[in-house]
Write a protein that binds this ligand. Structure first.
Ligand code: SF4
Ligand code: SF4
Ligand code: SF4
Length: 355
């Protein structure tokens, strides 16, 4: 388990049970949830929607045997049912805001009952943008609930009539893979529910979500032998290298590319139209201000210096220089060092001379 998440989880559980540290415990829980929420939202803008419906570990017995879309849906759906129906007697976000229609799905349940093929078709049809909206709305509502919780509340038990209500509802499938959830939730007090649907359940599925995503990127990276980005960056040295399979792949997670329609970076588009491998092969490079090379963009200056260096000395020399520089400096520091068009090239050339 991610060390930071595990420690926050442990600490919230220890603090929340004592009256004098109850508020601190709630803050730790909110902090944990914020970190988990941001982990998912960071993926939102930079990931090809195709990846959300892939089953990458079909033989796994764990949570990573599902899809990324299923992982987000499942933790959100369960929290919505537990927080609103079971604990607060309120209408679920799912019903109140018409999410079945908005998500384009034909179930109202938690999804536990779905087999692999059903998970794939469910994930292919779900509207990913609405899925993130649903996730965010439920997250915020639950946070309000947690923030207003009193110490006296945590020992409250779930009334038995909730069980009957849930059996009669269509929120939990009667399939054996799901029906146990009703007994499980209704046997807990509020503290027990905080420890699972609101925290640990997220950790388990978000870790699986990340394993699936990272494996997709790993597989995609293997398909692309040229690890120099079109603008001149080196993907193998980029701070996003773990997350992004490069702008020559289907899973380009470059934050600049995500600003454009279909996540296609103008430099990638332009080089492709000119039938060039990269901007480093382009005769217009020196004066180019397209896309990432626009004058206001400091990162673009560093990329352009890199592309000019590659044009003169080749990709292998560029990689050798970066390998050397990375022994001392991190990605951002190097971008800062080389962003000046004259001195930048000189720094790279000096390194090359001394290798
Ligand atoms: S700015 Fe464009 S060319 Fe450069 S790494 Fe990002 S997607 Fe690739
Ligand atoms: S962000 Fe750009 S340079 Fe970094 S790994 Fe992705 S494509 Fe490569
Ligand atoms: S014109 Fe600019 S963006 Fe297009 S390929 Fe040449 S250097 Fe790259």
């Amino acid at each position: 388990m991610n060390k930071e998440w595990s420690e926050l989880n442990k600490s919230f559980q220890e603090l929340i049970i004592k009256k004098e540290t109850f508020d601190e415990g709630k803050q730790k829980l909110l902090e944990l949830r914020k970190k988990l929420f941001e982990t998912i939202m960071n993926v939102k803008n930079g990931f090809n929607p195709k990846g959300y419906s892939l089953i990458i570990f079909p033989n796994s017995k764990g949570y990573d045997s599902k899809t990324m879309a299923y992982s987000i849906y499942h933790i959100t759906r369960i929290e919505d049912i537990v927080c609103n129906t079971i604990i607060n007697n309120l209408e679920q976000v799912f019903d109140k805001n018409d999410y079945q229609k908005r998500l384009n799905i034909n179930i109202k349940t938690t999804g536990n009952e779905l087999n692999k093929d059903e998970i794939i078709s469910f994930s292919e049809s779900i509207n990913i943008i609405e899925l993130f909206n649903y996730f965010e709305e439920v997250y915020l509502e639950s946070n309000d609930y947690i923030s207003n919780l009193k110490y006296e509340d945590i020992k409250k038990k779930i009334p038995q009539e909730k069980k009957n209500y849930l059996y009669a509802s269509n929120y939990v499938s009667h399939n054996e893979s799901s029906i146990w959830l009703i007994d499980y939730w209704c046997s807990k007090n509020i503290l027990g529910l905080l420890k699972m649907p609101f925290s640990r359940h997220w950790i388990m599925h978000i870790e699986a979500f990340l394993r699936i995503k990272n494996e997709i990127i790993k597989i995609e990276k293997k398909k692309i032998s040229n690890r120099i980005a079109v603008c001149g960056f080196s993907c193998n040295h980029c701070f996003l290298g773990e997350w992004c399979s490069g702008c020559r792949s289907e899973y380009n997670c470059c934050s600049y590319a995500t600003l454009f329609e279909d996540h296609i970076c103008p430099n990638v588009k332009c080089a492709k139209e000119k039938d060039l491998e990269g901007c480093y092969d382009c005769p217009l490079l020196e004066k180019c201000e397209i896309g990432f090379y626009n004058k206001e963009n400091n990162d673009g200056n560093a990329a352009k210096v890199s592309a000019r260096f590659i044009h003169k000395y080749g990709k292998d020399s560029f990689v050798k220089v970066l390998n050397e520089m990375h022994k001392t400096y991190e990605f951002y520091k190097i971008q800062e060092m080389i962003k000046d068009s004259y001195n930048g090239i000189k720094i790279l050339e000096d390194y090359l001379k001394n290798i």
